[in-house]
Ligand binder design. Structure first.
Ligand code: SAH
Length: 342
């Protein structure tokens, strides 16, 4: 069975032609795929026989929502089933400038960051670009809103699934596809240095976000094992290269964990690492994870941290609005509780 959501326009045209149809039929099929339909019967302008034929050789519904949680602020977190039964989470968020989808790139994760719920059971497999898109279609259908922004910040490490992440970026920015602008896409990584260089050379206009979480190499290695392979120094060189090549400001994400990485010493060190660079720092009170014993920093500590970066080091710094905090929006938590209850 071919997953039509995972195919380009030309691939779909060829596929439909190989079924003995004229090229315009393939174009019609592609237009329906982009609209996000999940059943062939929804393809109203196709003859019944063709709908029937397609349903025997291809699929559309590669991501089915099986559970949803709505927060008071309108954020919706969903758990969805892929065709093989694996589960991943996606999140719908509303901002001033539109609607965003936070999507998963892998089932589980192998990066083993100590504060993250996605990595607790390791990795099962990576998603296809079509399964990235499937999450967007499912959220659009659920909410009736068009997705304007996409963040690759659900479970998984997008640069550990490099080829599919790149294919997704090309598909979702395609004029004949969802036609999102590069600027409306953010890719978040824990810091896979060789892939950051490769991504820079693709020259997409997307935003790169780096999950830093600690400015001291010794300490970062303890919470993020990837830092043993790619130390902070090398990571920052790669980021510089990315900013130079793309002209894009890079975001640094910093989840504040009480007593672990939220002291003034940490703020000072972070400030001196990033001073004068084209960056933006996003401070996030860490989400509590049931299986782990750590707590988010208190507000006054967060503000102190922010003030040092802003006033002393002149670094563009924001505290992330906590969307969906009442529904456990930390990635991986919904899937974990579902797996546990089975
Ligand atoms: N693997 C990629 C993208 C997925 S994680 C990455 O590491 O960036 C998305 C973001 O959520 C990362 O910044 C990650 O560090 C952060 N994160 C993971 N667990 C968290 C938690 N418990 N609280 C707050 N942020 C968390």
């Amino acid at each position: 069975m071919k997953d039509l959501r995972n195919m380009s326009k030309q691939q779909i045209i060829n596929f439909v032609e190989a079924l003995g149809e004229k090229p315009f039929r393939g174009k019609q099929v592609y237009e329906w795929v982009i609209k996000g339909v999940s059943q062939f019967d929804e393809m109203a302008n196709l003859p019944n026989a063709l709908r029937q034929k397609l349903s025997e050789v291809a699929i559309l519904d590669n991501y089915k929502i099986i559970q949803q949680l709505k927060a008071k602020d309108g954020t919706i977190k969903v758990l969805g089933a892929l065709k093989d039964g694996n589960l991943v989470e996606s999140v719908f968020m509303t901002y001033k400038h539109g609607h965003s989808a936070c999507i998963s790139t892998q089932v589980g994760c192998k990066m083993k960051c100590s504060f993250c719920a996605s990595t607790l059971n390791g990795i099962v497999r990576s998603l296809t670009a079509g399964e990235y898109l499937g999450q967007i279609y499912a959220l659009q259908k659920l909410t009736g809103h068009r997705i304007d922004n996409v963040v690759l910040m659900g479970s998984g490490e997008p640069l550990d699934n490099y080829e599919e992440s790149v294919r997704f970026i090309k598909m979702v920015t395609d004029e004949d596809g969802l036609n999102l602008s590069g600027r409306s896409i953010t890719l978040s990584t824990c810091g896979l240095v060789p892939e950051i260089y490769k991504l820079a050379d693709e020259k997409f206009a997307i935003t790169l976000a780096i999950s830093l979480h600690n400015p001291f190499q010794e300490e970062r290695m303890e919470i993020m094992p990837i830092s043993k392979r790619y130390p902070i120094k090398e990571l920052l060189k790669a980021v510089e290269y990315y900013a130079e090549k793309t002209g894009r400001r890079v975001t640094f994400e910093y989840a504040l964990i009480a007593g672990v990485n939220d002291t003034e010493l940490h703020a000072e060190q972070l400030g001196s690492l990033l001073r004068g660079k084209l960056v933006h720092v996003n401070l996030i009170p860490v989400n509590a994870v049931e299986e782990k014993a750590f707590k988010p920093s208190q507000n006054d500590q967060i503000n102190r941290f922010k003030t040092i970066l802003l006033d002393k080091y002149r670094i563009n710094t924001t505290v992330r609005r906590e969307l969906g905090s009442d529904i456990n929006a930390a990635c991986g938590q919904l899937r974990n509780s579902h797996l546990k209850s089975e």
